[in-house]
Design a protein around this ligand. Structure first.
Ligand SMILES: *[C@@H]1O[C@H](CO)[C@@H](O)[C@H](O)[C@H]1NC(C)=O
Ligand SMILES: *[C@@H]1O[C@H](CO)[C@@H](O)[C@H](O)[C@H]1NC(C)=O
Ligand SMILES: *[C@@H]1O[C@H](CO)[C@@H](O)[C@H](O)[C@H]1NC(C)=O
Length: 348
């Protein structure tokens, strides 16, 4: 993973300075961090990485049925959020692919970068056990954003962060919840402070969904229901994120944020599928609770009826509903203290 830091950083800083004059502050651009919920192909470029989705049936509903590396039948949350908020149709490209396409690199960097990597987490160690992937702290992303000259560009970018599920999935057995939550939020706060120091001001944070309800975890409940002890950690994670962001924004001048309650959004669908346009909120559309989605797996007929695309990830239809909710919801129930579309318009 050492290759992911170091050399690129100075290079990228130069590129940002060189093109800073082209940036228009009124067009929100995005830096996206997180795990497989937001990965648009980062892991395709990582050798020996187990957390990949660049094969069918992933992408079956993407233009030309292309498996892009998104853990989805089509677009994922990163794409659909960006589409609601700005002038872009899909997520900015993965960092590694930007570097490979040098002729368009300069133009693309103004559009933002997606650093999200399937299997990664808040802790640097997360994902190391099962996957080779890279975490929030060592991807060099924050450092890419320096130095001070780039501040006025960088501060108007929206930093979308969707992370935490993998850390929870990998909790060592028997760890007391509160001890884990304290430790993980200490690490999360450090990531946010590092981004702040590099000029980040606008944060769109997506909390952890009810992972106890995804097909891969439901298999541990003999009645097929959600596994509540896992969900309890996700609820505690949200509560701590709320406190963390209130504290962070009062301590650090100029911070604006939206915190999306992915737990509550997803539970509302699970508790009320039909009203939300879904028929199956328990099983995976592709594969099942014990096997990943791949070519030859069982595949559901109507993907839009399903909440879950595969054993862990939502369908495009579910991601679309989530994106609409966090962009436009009224009141603090799903997103607070402002929704993502307001965050996009705030001038810092
Ligand atoms: C398993 O699912 C049932 C509902 O089907 C629920 O009542 C029960 O609490 C769940 N078990 C655990 C350990 O979460
Ligand atoms: C999941 O799919 C695999 C492979 O198709 C199959 O062997 C297994 O029985 C399935 N599990 C369940 C619970 O349906
Ligand atoms: C959310 O976004 C919409 C559209 O931008 C806006 O009209 C509305 O007032 C916002 N609601 C809240 C509570 O932030």
């Amino acid at each position: 993973m050492a290759t992911l830091t170091g050399g690129w950083i100075g290079f990228l800083s130069l590129a940002i300075i060189a093109f800073i004059n082209l940036a228009k502050a009124d067009v929100p651009a995005f830096f996206i961090f997180g795990d497989s919920t937001a990965d648009v192909g980062t892991n395709n470029n990582l050798q020996d990485c187990g957390a990949k989705a660049n094969y069918p049936y992933n992408g079956i509903d993407y233009p030309y049925s292309t498996p892009t590396g998104r853990f989805s039948n089509g677009y994922n949350s990163a794409d659909l959020i960006v589409r609601q908020l700005g002038n872009f149709k899909i997520s900015p490209p993965p960092f590694l692919s930007l570097l490979e396409r040098m002729p368009t690199f300069k133009r693309n960097i103004l559009r933002g970068v997606n650093f999200a990597s399937g299997g990664s987490g808040i802790f640097k160690e997360t994902g190391r056990i099962r996957f080779v992937s890279f975490s929030l702290s060592d991807k060099g992303g924050p450092k890419v954003l320096g130095p001070a000259e780039a501040d006025h560009l960088i501060s108007n970018f929206i930093y979308i962060i969707s992370v935490g599920s993998n850390d929870i999935i990998e909790i060592p057995f028997g760890t007391p919840t509160q001890k884990f939550i304290n430790k993980i939020h200490f690490a999360y706060a450090n990531h946010l402070k590092n981004l702040y120091k590099l000029g980040a001001r606008k944060f769109g944070i997506i909390s952890v969904p009810p992972i106890g309800c995804c097909p891969a975890v439901r298999v541990y409940n003999s009645s097929g229901g959600c596994v509540d002890p896992v969900n309890a950690i996700a609820r505690a994670f949200y509560k701590a994120s709320d406190a963390l962001l209130q504290h962070f924004s009062s301590e650090f001048k100029g911070v604006k944020y939206s915190l999306a309650n992915a737990y509550h959004m997803t539970m509302s669908i699970i508790d009320n599928p039909i009203a939300n346009g879904f028929k199956d909120v328990k099983t995976a559309c592709c594969g099942n609770g014990t096997v990943a989605c791949k070519e030859g797996s069982n595949l559901c007929a109507n993907r839009n009826d399903y909440l879950f695309w595969d054993w862990f990830h939502p369908t495009q239809a579910a991601s679309e509903l989530a994106a609409l909710t966090l962009a436009f919801a009224e009141g603090p129930e799903f997103v607070k203290p402002m929704n993502f579309s307001q965050l996009a318009r705030v001038v810092v």
